[in-house]
Design a protein around this ligand. Sequence first.
Ligand SMILES: Nc1ncnc2[nH]cnc12
Ligand SMILES: [Zn+2]
Length: 332
Amino acid sequence: MQDFITRLPKAELHLHIEGSLEPELMFALAERNGVALPYASVEEVRAAYQFDDLQSFLDLYYQGMSVLRTAEDFFDLAMDYFRRASAEGVVHVELHFDPQAHLSRGIELGVVIEGLARACRLARRELDLSSALIMAFLRDRPADEAMQVLERAAPYWEMLDAIGLDSAEHGHPPEKFVEVFERARALGIARVAHAGEEGPPAYITQALDLLDVCRIDHGVRCLEDPALVTRLRELQMPLTVCPLSNVKLKVVERIDDHPLPQLLEAGLLLTINSDDPAYFGGGMHDNFSACQRAFGWSEATLVGLARNAIDVAFMDDARRAELLARLDALAV
Ligand SMILES: Nc1ncnc2[nH]cnc12
Ligand SMILES: [Zn+2]
């Protein structure tokens, strides 16, 4: 089964590239850039990764990214992840990145996007790994700041596959960002949003009604609102579920308690993702494998989930057809 999971062509739709920063690279970049870290060793960093909730994780996540300063750093960050992901059978990655977390440290948008985009091009050539870029806004920052970032990104609009909404969910409902998402829609940029990770099902409803999103990131709390579940099923609205993230951030206590079986049973369109693999103790393979073990999933279930991700990914028709053909070859 482990080998089958590796061979499964996996598309990852929910990955924060800054959350893929492994402690080893964190130390290497800290040294390269003369940044002081509050840790003496890689082991100490890993030991610090114990979280009580989303906010306790975000505090370390924003601190960790202080080592990222140049386009080369962002390139190295992304290539480091692409190589690891490719080795475990990931064929497509959609990267969220958080420009405000870098702009606030004086790192220009162009530095971030150019570094990431160069890695995306190289990964396509060297690893046969395709990718998409999702520029995410920090929902705990003011909406007018997000709007300014969107306007500042004008030279890069063509390179963006979508905008997203992430960071601390409690108290920051989607309605706060209506104008920003409306502007993106007018620009022809697709929209996704984190909703229903820690926040209530009403935030998922708002993301659908007010932000016109084409995917919900997480969305696991939808089960608390049966009418919403029906709506998500009827729309076949994709949910990018991140099982190990939900355990690490105590959305659920143990993987066995994860609502994935109920979500599947409800007929929702689900995908499996790693979110912030360096912080949550596992990439795509580990997420698939933990669920397979916990829920006794068959190969057919795994193939179905992998197919969902390829079906709804931001990729051109030729690439989608190629990846679906690879999946079909495995499934027979
Ligand atoms: N799981 C998560 N939820 C919200 N914002 C995030 N930013 C990085 N990871 C996140
Ligand atoms: Zn996320």
